[in-house]
Design a protein around this ligand. Structure first.
Ligand code: ADP
Ligand code: MG
Length: 725
């Protein structure tokens, strides 16, 4: 039985699910979230006020308040039908983790009742031994704790109350993505607020905002299940591209197929209920590729929401007989998936600090933050690259479909001009005329809406898009916390430097505006090399970037090494975002993840060749041989009758020979890598010896796929996965 045809049979009569009337979005939004409004309703006034005070401060909630909140939460959750609760967290595995406990407890008298205390809300001790810690728990203490994050509201999924938490070791080391993110948010707040106060005294808090755009593929579930590579690794390891792929560009923004639409609606409804403000949906460039994006939110919340959405997608897709692929490169030769991270800075008074305005004062504030971000990216471009490194993303970066592995900043034509004019500012004190001219002619003229930014440069990994920066190099399966933590930290660190420079200038007797102009000029000179407006895919840019001294870290193992640099350790230790031990643990965890993923891929590919491709080729060879010998015995002397069959058999056999040779090589490499102890050596071996052989094996297998009778081929083909809806 050919598994491919069994799978295809299943898809033939798939119908879109009946679309039930959709409720108005506003009626369901946050219906399953214990938000401020519900808190007010279920909590006494005093506790509510106390909680609002500490929500963003990262302070410990005292026992009494915690008890009040827990009891209010329980009441609400039980009314909503919840029976269990869980501390929901984001370990370094990349997936989210939860362990459900029932509210049920027995009293000493033997009666059953529902209980949920402040202690249970605030802290839990999950069995943490199977989560990666990169050695942190070995060196210190084996236990790990989850602790409530008051900055992200509890929500109900199914019948479980989910409490967003951080995951830390006994000594307080971060074992997750959220802890460093929260630290970076607080660090950034301190210096961004102080900087904002130079312009508006009433600002008390500055927070980063994140609006992500999640790309993904939808594949029919039966077809997915018939591909061992997709099931085991999330991507296809062999497969010839279809005759038609994305050349026609007819998928992008095209009409959404009905079955997909039913999935999207279902997803949106569930997402809105738990508070993810999803807003846009559309087709993406590749066939069967789509995107969903929310309204932006405070960064910690937005990161949680992205993780929650990825979970939801996986849960909801099977209801529609789909499987969702979040891998960065599920199909070779077909565009992969990314996750743009739109990032900006917002004050508690509602000002977007990266939004130009219509007064010189507002624009000087804008320029101050704008130039500081550019300077931060210039100084720590390598760290940004490291923050988005993963085995999956290596397939995209630099593959002329996603931004290159070289980080540069695109700011558009107009702001480039402004930067050039600021470079002309004279050193030291400025005459009244100079000041007026600067304010009126340069700063005051920046339009509120920058038109040239609507025509964006899609090849740039880090682009200014009118009122926010957009990091385009993030992988689709990534936890956004990684790049967001880095960005918050480097910008906070840079603003701290800015404030120090500002005080120095003021001490020299310069007025506020003069001081700022002088500093910005210097910063622009210092960070010019990071600005690039041209085509990021071009060869010239790669050469030019090398001249400018920008890094071009093509593989994950190379990129991860950045984390260990002294400069980087200093950055994170001084900002209090990561300790040296925490950084080292991340290096190890991510490197090990890379190695493990690739070892699995190598194994699966090897098995696919042994169990699918080799038997299929032999089948086909047999057929050709049979027909050849039949014809030969019928017409022994009429060569032209059987010559073609013989040639065909020879051709197939020659490619097959080559495949078997490369396959042997791969098998040997797999045995060899098992013997390598050091993770670093392993990763080098993978880059040098495993990946290139895998590529060759694949090319040969794909060649055979084209030569062999379609009826015999057992692996579902690209054209079937990508064009079946
Ligand atoms: P495009 O695909 O052209 O980039 P989208 O509408 O798909 O545009 O995405 C824009 C994203 O930018 C959305 O996720 C939106 O929430 C986000 N965004 C808009 N303003 C801000 C902001 N001030 N801070 C962070 N993200 C923002
Ligand atoms: Mg975008």
């Amino acid at each position: 039985m050919n598994i491919r045809f069994v799978a295809l049979q299943h898809t033939f009569d798939r119908k879109p699910k009946e679309i039930t009337p959709v409720p108005q979005r506003s009626a369901i939004f946050e219906s399953h979230v214990f938000n401020d409004q519900k808190m007010r309703q279920y909590l006494d006034e005093q506790s509510f006020k106390a909680f609002q005070q500490i929500k963003y401060e990262g302070k410990v909630v005292d026992r009494r308040l915690a008890d009040h909140i827990a009891s209010a939460m329980k009441r609400w959750a039980m009314e909503m039908g919840a029976t269990h609760y869980t501390h929901w967290f984001q370990p370094l595995t990349g997936a989210t983790a939860e362990k459900h406990d029932s509210f049920l407890e027995k009293t000493p008298e033997g009666n059953a009742l529902e209980r949920f205390t402040g202690d249970q809300l605030v802290q839990q001790e999950p069995d943490a031994s199977s989560f990666p810690s990169g050695g942190l728990r070995n060196t210190f203490e084996a236990r790990g704790y989850t602790a409530w994050d008051p900055g992200s509201p509890a929500f109900i999924m199914g019948t479980t109350l989910c409490i967003p938490t951080v995951f830390i070791s006994y000594n307080g080391e971060a074992l997750d993505y959220k802890t460093p993110l929260i630290r970076s948010v607080q660090f950034l707040d301190k210096y961004a607020t102080e900087t904002a106060q130079l312009f508006n005294r009433d600002v008390n808090r500055v927070y980063a905002t994140l609006g992500w755009e999640q790309e993904y593929f939808l594949i029919d579930r039966a077809l997915y299940k018939s591909r061992p590579d997709l099931v085991m690794t999330g991507r296809t390891l062999v497969g010839h591209p279809p005759a038609k792929n994305q050349q026609l560009d007819d998928h992008y923004f095209g009409s959404i197929p009905e079955r997909v639409m039913a999935f999207m609606r279902d997803l949106e409804i569930e997402a809105l209920k738990i508070g993810i403000p999803v807003k846009t949906r559309h087709n993406e460039v590749a066939p069967n590729q789509y995107e969903v994006a929310p309204v932006f939110e405070e960064v910690n919340l937005a990161v949680d929401h992205n993780s929650m959405l990825m979970d939801l997608m996986k849960k909801i897709a099977p209801r529609h007989h789909f499987e969702v692929l979040l891998h960065e490169k599920p199909f070779e030769f077909i565009n992969g998936s990314g996750k743009h991270n739109n990032w900006s800075l917002m004050t508690d008074t509602g000002i977007n600090l990266l939004s130009p305005g219509n007064t010189p004062k507002r624009n000087l504030r804008f320029l101050t933050f704008f130039v500081n971000v550019i300077k931060a990216v210039n100084d720590y471009e390598e760290v940004i690259r490291a923050s988005i490194a993963s085995a999956g993303n290596d397939h995209r970066l630099g593959a002329n479909e996603a931004p290159p592995a070289i980080i540069s900043v695109f700011i558009g034509h107009y702001l480039t001009q402004v930067m050039n004019e600021l470079k002309q500012v004279r050193n030291g004190k400025l005459s009244p005329d100079e000041k007026t001219e600067l304010k009126l002619e340069v700063v005051g003229k920046i339009p509120q809406i920058l038109k040239d930014n609507t025509d964006r440069n899609r090849t740039s990994p880090f682009a200014f898009t009118g009122n926010k920066f957009e990091i385009r190099a993030v992988g689709s399966s990534a936890n956004c916390a990684s790049p967001m933590t880095i960005l918050n930290t480097i910008v906070g660190y840079q603003l701290k430097q800015f404030l120090a420079d500002f005080r120095k200038m003021r001490a020299k007797g310069l007025k506020k505006d003069e001081a700022i102009f002088n500093i910005l000029r210097d910063y622009i000179y210092q960070s010019e090399r990071i600005l690039f407006e041209g085509n990021g895919y071009s060869e010239e840019w790669h050469r030019e970037a090398a001249k400018r001294g920008l890094s071009n870290l093509k593989t994950t193992p190379e990129a991860l090494k950045v984390i260990k640099k002294d400069k980087v350790v200093k950055l994170f230790e001084e900002s209090g975002v990561y300790t040296k031990a925490e950084l080292e643990s991340r290096y190890h965890v991510h490197l090990e993840q890379y190695n493990t993923k690739l070892e699995i891929e190598a194994h699966v590919l090897s098995d696919l060749i042994s169990n699918h491709v080799v038997p299929t080729v032999i089948n086909y060879q047999n057929r050709l041989a049979d027909s050849l010998s039949n014809l030969k015995s019928l017409y022994p002397r009429t060569e032209q009758i059987w010559k073609n069959n013989e040639n065909l058999l020879k051709e197939v056999s020659s490619v097959f020979n080559e495949l078997l040779k490369q396959h042997k090589k791969l098998e040997k490499a797999i045995i060899k890598i098992k013997k390598i102890q050091s993770e670093e050596k392993k990763s080098e071996f993978i880059v040098e010896n495993i990946k290139p052989v895998m590529q060759k094996v694949r090319e040969l297998s794909d060649k055979l796929e084209l030569m062999i009778d379609d009826e015999l081929w057992t692996l579902v083909k690209y054209r079937e996965m990508l064009f079946t809806r």
